[in-house]
Design a binder for this molecule. Structure first.
Ligand SMILES: NC(=O)c1ccc[n+]([C@@H]2O[C@H](COP(=O)([O-])OP(=O)(O)OC[C@H]3O[C@@H](n4cnc5c(N)ncnc54)[C@H](O)[C@@H]3O)[C@@H](O)[C@H]2O)c1
Length: 434
C-alpha cells in the first residue's frame, strides 16, 4: 500500500519505518525542514533502540521517503496518518490546532478516495471535527478513522511490530477493510485488531494512559506510607503483584511519571470530563501525587545537608524521563535540577542519550559529564533520576574514590541496601528506611 505519515516525530517516524518494513511505500511529511533534510540524508533524528537500522534499510530500499510538501506526501497515498502533536493548551485540554490545520489543508488537496487516520492522542469527538474540516473543501469521498497508538518509547519498535492489540475506531466498512489489511502482518501471532466506533477508540487511549498513571501514583503513595510506617515497598510490591488481578507490571515506585504522554493525557482527560460536567476525582489526585513525587528526594537531600545546599555539588545520573530514550519532556530530572539550582547548589549530569536535548533546554546552567564517573568528581552526593541499565551495577570502588561523600539519593531503587558494595554509604531510596 502507499501510505503518508504527517508528522515525523517519535510516533510518525516509528510508524512510518515499521509500515515500510512490511513492504508498504511510505512518505513521511514534516514542516521541520532541518529534520526532513537530516532524515533524507540517512541521519536518524531520535534515539530509539533498533530504529536506525530499520530506518536505513527501508530508506536504502526506496520504501521510505521524506518531504516537507504535504501535497507530494499524500498525492498517491491510500492511507494518510496524522501523527501530529496534541500538546496541552492553556487550560490543559489537548490543543487540536496542528491536527485541524492539516485536516483543513488535506481537504483542499484530496483528488481521490483516501482513509485519513488520527494516530495522535486526541479527545473524544476529534474524528468528527477532522471529518468536518476535510469536508469543508473535499470534492471526493474519504473516511476518517481513529487508530490510537500505544507504543512505548524505548521499546517502540517491538510494540509497533508486535502490538498487544490494534484499536481501530471506524464506522465505514470500506475503511475497516483497508485498516484490517494494513495491520494484518503485525498481528499474525493472533493478537486482536479491535474494531469499535471512533469515540470509543479515542477514549480507549486516554483510559489506558490514565489507568497506568493511576497505578504509578498509587504505588508512589504506598511508598510514602512505607517510609512513614517502616515497611519495605519492594516487599509490598511483590506481595500484591503476584495477584493476577493486580499484575506485576507498573508497580515500581519512583520519582513520578514524565514523558510526552502521561502528564498531558491525564490533564486532557480531566479537562474533557469537566467539559461534560464530570469531576474526575481520581485523576486529579493522580496528577497531584505525581507533582509531589517528582521532587520527593529534595526534602531528603535538604535534611541530610542540614537545609543548606549552597555551594554543594551534586552528580546526577539520568536525564531522560525513562531509560532507552532521549526524550526529556516532563522528565523528573528537570524538576530536581531546578530545585537544586534554586537552593544554590551546582549539578554535573550524565545521561547516555539525552544530554543534547538537555543542553538545548538548560544551556550552561549545569555541567555535562563525559561519562557516569566523570559526573562524580568532587560531588557531595549522587542523585539517580533514570533507571538506565548501565547504572545498575556500577564500579563502586571508582565511585568511592571520586565522590566527596559516600551518599546516594536513588529515585529509582536501583540498589539493595544489603549490597556489600554500599557498606559505608548513606543510601536513600523510595519507600524504605535503610
Ligand atoms: N511519543 C510517544 O511515546 C507517543 C505514544 C503514543 C501516542 N503519542 C501521541 O502521538 C502524537 C505525536 O506524538 P510525538 O511524540 O510523535 O510528537 P513529536 O512532537 O515527537 O512529533 C510531532 C511532529 O509533528 C511535526 N509537525 C508539527 N506540525 C506539523 C504540520 N503542520 N505538518 C507536518 N508536521 C508537523 C513536528 O515538527 C514534529 O516532528 C501525540 O498526540 C502523542 O500524544 C505519542
Amino acid at each position: 500500500m502507499k501510505i503518508a505519515v504527517i508528522g515525523t516525530g517519535y510516533v510518525g517516524l516509528v510508524s512510518g519505518t515499521c509500515f515500510a518494513e512490511t513492504g508498504n511505500i511510505v512518505t513521511c511529511v514534516d514542516i521541520d525542514q532541518a529534520k526532513i533534510d537530516r532524515l533524507t540524508q540517512g541521519e536518524i533524528t531520535i534515539y530509539e533502540p533498533g530504529l536506525e537500522k530499520m530506518f536505513l534499510k527501508n530508506l536504502r530500499d526506496g520504501r521510505l521517503k521524506f518531504t516537507t510538501d504535504l501535497n507530494e506526501g499524500i498525492l498517491e497515498a491510500q492511507i494518510v496518518f496524522l501523527a501530529l502533536p496534541t500538546p496541552p493548551g492553556e487550560d490543559g485540554s489537548a490543543d487540536l490546532k496542528y491536527i485541524l490545520g492539516v485536516a483543513d489543508k488535506i481537504g483542499k488537496l484530496l483528488e481521490d478516495y483516501k482513509v485519513i487516520v488520527d494516530k495522535s492522542t486526541v479527545p473524544v469527538g476529534t474524528a468528527d471535527k477532522v471529518k468536518a474540516a476535510i469536508d469543508k473543501h473535499a470534492k471526493v469521498e474519504f473516511d476518517v478513522v481513529s487508530n490510537p497508538e500505544f507504543l512505548r518509547e524505548g521499546v517502540a519498535l517491538e510494540d509497533f511490530m508486535k502490538p498487544d492489540r490494534v484499536v481501530i475506531g471506524a464506522s465505514s466498512e470500506r475503511a475497516k477493510k483497508v485498516m484490517g489489511d494494513l495491520y494484518a502482518p503485525f498481528v499474525r501471532q493472533g493478537n486482536p485488531v479491535i474494531f469499535m466506533d471512533e469515540k470509543s477508540a479515542e477514549l480507549t487511549k486516554y483510559a489506558a494512559n490514565s489507568f497506568l498513571a493511576t497505578k504509578i501514583s498509587f504505588m508512589n503513595e504506598i511508598a510514602q506510607l512505607c517510609e512513614r510506617l517502616g515497611a519495605d515497598v519492594d516487599m509490598v510490591r511483590r506481595g500484591i503483584g503476584s495477584d493476577n488481578r493486580i499484575g506485576k507490571r507498573f508497580l515500581f515506585p519512583g520519582i513520578g511519571y514524565g514523558g510526552s504522554c502521561f502528564p498531558k493525557d491525564v490533564k486532557a482527560l480531566i479537562m474533557s470530563s469537566e467539559e461534560v460536567n464530570y469531576d474526575f476525582q481520581i485523576l486529579k489526585s493522580v496528577e497531584r501525587v505525581n507533582e509531589i513525587q517528582k521532587t520527593h528526594l529534595i526534602p531528603k537531600i535538604q535534611a541530610f545537608f542540614n537545609n543548606d545546599l549552597k555551594e554543594k555539588h551534586f552528580a546526577l545520573w539520568g536525564l531522560a524521563f525513562k531509560p532507552n530514550t532521549d526524550d526529556i519532556r516532563e522528565a523528573p530530572s528537570l524538576n530536581i535540577i531546578q530545585s537544586l539550582l534554586k537552593s544554590g547548589a551546582t549539578v554535573s549530569a550524565y545521561d547516555p542519550e539525552a544530554m543534547n536535548n538537555v543542553k538545548n533546554q538548560l544551556g550552561n546552567t549545569i555541567k555535562y559529564a563525559l561519562n557516569p564517573y566523570d559526573a562524580l568528581k568532587g560531588a557531595d552526593a549522587l542523585i539517580i533520576a533514570t533507571e538506565w541499565s548501565e547504572f545498575r551495577t556500577p564500579d563502586f570502588e571508582q565511585m568511592n574514590y571520586l565522590l566527596k561523600n559516600k551518599v546516594i539519593f536513588d529515585g529509582r531503587n536501583l540498589y539493595s541496601s544489603q549490597n556489600e558494595a554500599l557498606q559505608g554509604y548513606n543510601y536513600f531510596c523510595i519507600g524504605k528506611n535503610n
